[in-house]
Design a protein around this ligand. Structure first.
Ligand code: PGA
Length: 251
């Protein structure tokens, strides 16, 4: 169990209308969120971010463009995300990388823009099954971490959060073993430390990929695992809350 305060962030992906978001929030905010020693946050579709205003749940968008404005049909900018009251931004989720052409270079630009705007970037990194089976996972993660962190100033580095999400574990029901989650989160921190120094010791590194109430405590046992990014199980407020409870350190 890490000494950093854990974050259990929900990634709704392309799920929930505004009224569905409202009922989720009514359910979640009626629960004891200050009891468990962990933080919550929700990455919701841009269309329902406005529902989070004034609800006391930190939230963010799942993507944004790195340009401030212009002829980029279908995109949203950092100032638009901020304008909705969001404090976080998800960057480089593997679905964005695999399906929508996101690269290490675009992730880097987005991290810089997010930091400049005052949004906390949660940067997703992870290897495919082929990369793991050919023992390329350490190199892949190192490359992804370095791409977004090279040359960052200490004050910038302090704001970054990473989410290690092995692609083979996302939405598949196949969760990484506790040892794999720990090994890779430690690797992320090691590479980040090489780039930015000791601030990496206070950086939160989350694990993502088929996290559920039943497996979160085991995953959180790793010293370098500082929380989770949760897709499928975060759509149900009961399951999401149970993840917060089960995954948070017990006093
Ligand atoms: P999952 O998704 O929990 O449904 O596997 C995790 C993610 O993609 O962030």
């Amino acid at each position: 169990m890490s000494s950093r305060r854990p974050l259990f962030a929900a990634n709704w992906k392309m799920h929930k209308t505004r009224s569905e978001a409202r009922s989720f929030l009514a359910d979640l905010t009626a629960r004891d969120l200050s009891g468990p020693a962990g933080d919550v946050a929700v990455f919701a579709p841009a269309t329902c971010l406005s529902e989070f205003e004034g609800k006391g749940i930190p939230f963010g968008a799942q993507n944004m463009h790195y340009e401030a404005k212009g002829a980029f049909t279908g995109e949203i900018s950092s100032s638009m995300v901020l304008d909705l009251g969001a404090s976080l931004i998800l960057i480089g989720h593997s679905e964005r990388r695999q399906l929508f052409g996101e690269t290490d270079a675009t992730c880097r630009k987005k991290v810089e823009v997010a930091l400049e705007a005052g949004l906390t970037p949660v940067v997703c990194i992870g290897e495919t099954l082929e990369e793991r089976e050919s023992h390329g996972h350490f190199a892949k993660i190192a490359k992804q971490v370095r791409a977004v962190s090279e040359g960052l100033r200490e004050a910038q580095a302090l704001k970054l959060i990473f989410a290690y999400e092995p692609i083979w574990a996302i939405g598949t029901g196949k969760v990484a073993s506790e040892a794999q989650a720990q090994e890779m989160c430690a690797h992320v921190r090691k590479i980040f430390r090489e780039e930015v120094g000791s601030v990496a010791d206070s950086t939160r590194v989350l694990y993502g990929g088929s996290v559920k109430p039943e497996n979160v405590a085991g995953i959180m046992a790793g010293e370098d695992v500082d929380g989770a990014l949760i897709g499928g199980a975060s759509l149900d407020p009961e399951k999401y809350y149970q993840i917060l409870v089960e995954g948070s350190p017990k006093s």
